[in-house]
Ligand binder design. Structure first.
Ligand SMILES: [Zn+2]
Length: 343
C-alpha cells in the first residue's frame, strides 16, 4: 500500500434486513440453501460499495458470509459436534452453550476461499480477510478429545495455515486473525498463544494481522470493561512477545478506550491498525475526533506504519450509523494525511 494512512475496518459491517435480523449480533440467516448463497454474495457487494463509497482504502467482505466470527469457521471442520453442547465461560466473562470437540479436528475443504475469490473479482483495492485466531477458537468450544488447550490450539493453527495459504493464493492482501482472547489469558498468550499464531501464518508472503480488541459492544463486554479500572494496560502483557513475533500488523482498540496510547511504543516497528472509531456506541465520531486519535497515535507509530481503523466490528450497529462512522474514519485520516504532506 503506497498511500499514507490507508483506512480499513477491523471486521464486520451490518447485514441487510433481507439476510439476517438487523442490529443483532450473531443473528441467524433469514433464508437458506441456494437463495442464502446468492443473498450472501449480494450482501458482500453492498458491504463493498459501502466501504468504497465512504473512501475506505483496504476493503473486506464486511463478514457478510458468516454468522459468527469463530463458529462459522468451526462449522466447516470435522471433529466438532454441534449437537453435543456444553456450557462454558467464554473469556472468563460470559457463559455460553458451545459445541464439543469429539475427535481429531480437520479441514476437509476450504472454508472462505470461494468467498474471497468473489470479493477479489469485485474490486481493484487491496482486500483483507478475517479468520479466528487459534486461542479464541479453543475458548469457544468444549474439548472432550485433546484435553489440552495448547494441543487443540496447535491443531487449529495448522488448519488455519492451510486456509490462509489458499486465501493468499486467491488474492487476499492482508489475512487478519481475531484474538480477543489475547486480552484475557496473558500467561498462555506468552507461553504458546503467539507461537500458535506464528504457526498459522507460516509460509505466507502476504501481510498477517492480529486483531486484539475488547470485544463488541455487548453487555457482557461493556460490564467487563467497567471492571478494568481507569487505565487498560492489558496490551502491556503481550506486546513484548508480539514485538518479537513474525506478525507484521497489530489491530488495536484506541477510540474511547482507556488504553494508554504510549503502550504502542512497545511494538514500535510493527504496522499498527489504530482503532479510531468506537463500535460500542451510536454516536458518530467527527472527522476531527478521528484525526485527534490518529495524531496521538503518531507519537508512537511511524506514519508509514499507521493504518486508521475501527475498534472492532460494526455488525450490531444500524447501517446508517455504520456508514457515518466509515465516512468519518476516511475523512479523519484525510485531515492527518494532508498535515503530514504539508510537514
Ligand atoms: Zn474485535
Amino acid at each position: 500500500m503506497n498511500k499514507l494512512l490507508p483506512t480499513l475496518t477491523a471486521g464486520s459491517l451490518p447485514k441487510p434486513f433481507w439476510l439476517a435480523e438487523p442490529e443483532t449480533l450473531w443473528s441467524p440467516w433469514k433464508i437458506d440453501g441456494a437463495e442464502l448463497a446468492e443473498a450472501k454474495r449480494d450482501a458482500l457487494r453492498v458491504a463493498l460499495v459501502e466501504q468504497q463509497s465512504a473512501g475506505i482504502d483496504i476493503v473486506s467482505d464486511g463478514e457478510q458470509t458468516r454468522q459468527h466470527f469463530v463458529t462459522t469457521f468451526i462449522e466447516h471442520l470435522t471433529g466438532v459436534d454441534f449437537e453435543k453442547r456444553q456450557t462454558v465461560t467464554i473469556r472468563n466473562r460470559y457463559e455460553a452453550s458451545v459445541p464439543t470437540v469429539v475427535g481429531a479436528v480437520a479441514r476437509e475443504k476450504p472454508v472462505f476461499v470461494e468467498d474471497a475469490k468473489f470479493l477479489r473479482e469485485q474490486t481493484n483495492r487491496p482486500i483483507k480477510w478475517a479468520l479466528p485466531g487459534p486461542m479464541t477458537m479453543i475458548d469457544t468450544l468444549y474439548d472432550a478429545h485433546y484435553n489440552s488447550r495448547e494441543k487443540l490450539a496447535w491443531e487449529f493453527a495448522t488448519i488455519l495455515n492451510e486456509e490462509a495459504r489458499e486465501l493468499e493464493a486467491a488474492g487476499v492482501d492482508i489475512i487478519q486473525f481475531d484474538e480477543p482472547a489475547f486480552n484475557v489469558f496473558f500467561d498462555e498468550v506468552n507461553d504458546w498463544g503467539i507461537a500458535a499464531l506464528e504457526r498459522a501464518i507460516e509460509g505466507l508472503q502476504c501481510e498477517a494481522a492480529v486483531h486484539i480488541c475488547y470485544g463488541y459492544g455487548i453487555k457482557a463486554n461493556t460490564d467487563w470493561k467497567k471492571t478494568l479500572g481507569s487505565e487498560w494496560r492489558q496490551y502491556e502483557r503481550t506486546f513484548p512477545r508480539l514485538q518479537a513475533s513474525g506478525i507484521g500488523l497489530i489491530s488495536l482498540e484506541c477510540q474511547n478506550s482507556h488504553v494508554p496510547m504510549d503502550l504502542i511504543e512497545l511494538v514500535r516497528g510493527k504496522k499498527v491498525m489504530i482503532g479510531a472509531i468506537d463500535v460500542a456506541n451510536d454516536a458518530i465520531e467527527t472527522p476531527e475526533e478521528v484525526a485527534d486519535t490518529l495524531r496521538k497515535a503518531l507519537q508512537f507509530v511511524d506514519a508509514d506504519k499507521l493504518y486508521p481503523c475501527t475498534n472492532c466490528g460494526m455488525a450490531p450497529l444500524s447501517r446508517t450509523v455504520a456508514r457515518g462512522k466509515l465516512r468519518a474514519l476516511a475523512a479523519g485520516a484525510e485531515i492527518v494525511r494532508k498535515e503530514l504532506d504539508a510537514a
